[in-house]
Design a protein around this ligand. Structure first.
Ligand code: AMP
Length: 418
């Protein structure tokens, strides 16, 4: 279908001011917290060989079968814009022989050709953690707690943490057989997609959004009822740790997550403030993926948070009337050089500052200050210059006062609420 080419492509977002600043804020809260939990940043390419995703996310997963932006480059290589973070991270860790165990975090754009709606985009950003080489349930609990702390730091309330375990290679075959047996009995009620899932990866049926399929799996056997002793102990380790941390969670039998590589713990954060796309993030254990990439047996667990949905769930900051900006105004030509020096000084102190170089009269400069959304003006006239003073005007209240030269920086900072 033709799309107006002067508009942004369907499913993409622009971050115009002040949203880009809010995005940056979310990223820095994540970064600071990740470092506090001893994670180090990893940056990998936005595109990878298509095989990297097919091999890890699962050839039958929705992401791989329907949602990838795949293309051939000019030399005929099969490439894909990354739909998620973990496969590229695992590939990079092995290729660069990153020492294991390793705690890594990443932030960046991801691409999925889904049906766009509020909270679901074709280009979106994820903030993720991968703990490679840690088998203990304490790590799963730590990651789950990390996400909860991150959302709390951003003022997000109305959050539910869901938890499940989907077993391991030992116990999953028995469960799978039981599930397939059950689904076979209800085959006629399943959608076409789920009939294919039934053959290729029956756990995926739990993810189906179709109302009838949803009802069918409501009565299906549940993965947690089939856990082997080791998986049972691991899951108990996670729940005990979460209880000690004081984190409330809900057990969710349907939580199998959309990607094939998960085992044991799966978790998800759901917001009551969002509509249909209410999952803010989630993750789980993936103990077989590193070896699947040809690396050593490496237990691992990860977490990915959606940045756009996080921003939607955050409290509305309201429209700030004024920007964190100081504007320097000169009265007559004689103070213009002093005004310029002051701009320099304020900027050197880290204060965002502007002046209007082209204006001929103070009135025009005040107009420019207002148009820029500045919070205050610092005014230099002949009298101020003669007495070593500046006048400062709060543009929201209109209040004006005089400040000696050496106090101007703290005064402006106070007015910008630094
Ligand atoms: P997933 O990798 O599917 O487990 O997704 C992890 C998180 O990324 C989700 O909980 C969402 O917050 C976010 N996410 C996934 N897909 C999209 C999308 N198409 N648009 C916006 N956010 C998304």
């Amino acid at each position: 279908m033709a799309e107006p080419t002067q508009a942004r492509p369907k499913g993409t977002l622009d971050f115009v001011p002040p949203d880009a600043e809010r995005k940056h804020h979310v990223e820095s809260v994540f970064r600071i917290l990740a470092r506090r939990y001893a994670f180090q940043e990893i940056v990998t390419p936005v595109f990878e060989h298509t095989e990297v995703f097919v091999k890890s996310s699962g050839a039958a997963s929705d992401v791989v079968t329907k949602e990838m932006y795949s293309f051939q480059d000019r030399a005929g290589r099969d490439l894909t814009l990354r739909p998620e973070g973990t496969p590229g991270v695992v590939r990079a860790v092995l290729e660069n022989r990153v020492r294991l165990p390793a705690r890594l975090y990443y932030i960046g754009p991801y691409f999925r050709y889904g049906r766009p709606q509020k909270g679901r985009y074709r280009e979106f950003n994820q903030l993720g953690l991968e703990a490679l080489g840690e088998a203990t349930p304490m790590t799963d609990a730590e990651l789950i707690y990390f996400g909860d702390e991150f959302f709390r730091d951003l003022g997000i309330v109305d959050l539910t943490t869901r938890l499940n375990s989907i077993g391991c290679r030992e116990c999953r075959p028995a469960y799978r057989a039981e599930l397939v047996g059950f689904l076979e009995q209800h085959r006629d009620k399943l959608c076409d997609d789920c009939r294919v899932r039934l053959e290729r990866n029956p756990l995926r049926v739990f993810d189906c959004k179709n109302a009838t399929c949803h009802r069918v799996v409501g009565d299906a056997p549940k993965p947690r009822a089939f856990l082997c002793a080791d998986c049972g102990r691991h899951f108990e380790g996670v729940t005990t740790a979460l209880e000690r941390l004081g984190l409330k969670y809900e057990l969710d039998d349907r939580l199998v997550r959309g990607l094939d590589y998960y085992n044991r713990t799966t978790f998800e954060y759901v917001s009551g403030r969002l509509g249909a796309q209410d999952s803010l993030g989630g993750g789980g254990r993936y103990d077989y993926l590193v070896a699947g990439f040809g690396g050593p047996e490496t237990p691992a667990t990860g977490l990915a948070i959606g940045l756009e949905r996080t921003m939607l769930a955050m409290p509305d900051p309201g429209k700030p009337a004024r920007r964190r900006l100081a504007f320097v105004v000169w009265m007559t030509e004689a103070e213009r050089a002093a005004a310029w020096d002051l701009v320099d000084r304020l900027r050197a102190e880290g204060i965002p500052t502007l002046m209007d170089y082209d204006a001929d009269r103070p009135k025009r400069q005040f107009k420019s200050a207002d148009a820029a959304g500045a919070a205050c003006c610092v005014i230099i006239g002949p009298d101020e210059l003669a007495h070593g003073m500046y006048s400062v005007k709060d543009l929201a209240s209109g209040e004006q006062s005089r400040v000696p030269h050496d106090l101007i920086v703290p005064q402006v900072r106070a007015m910008l609420r630094d």
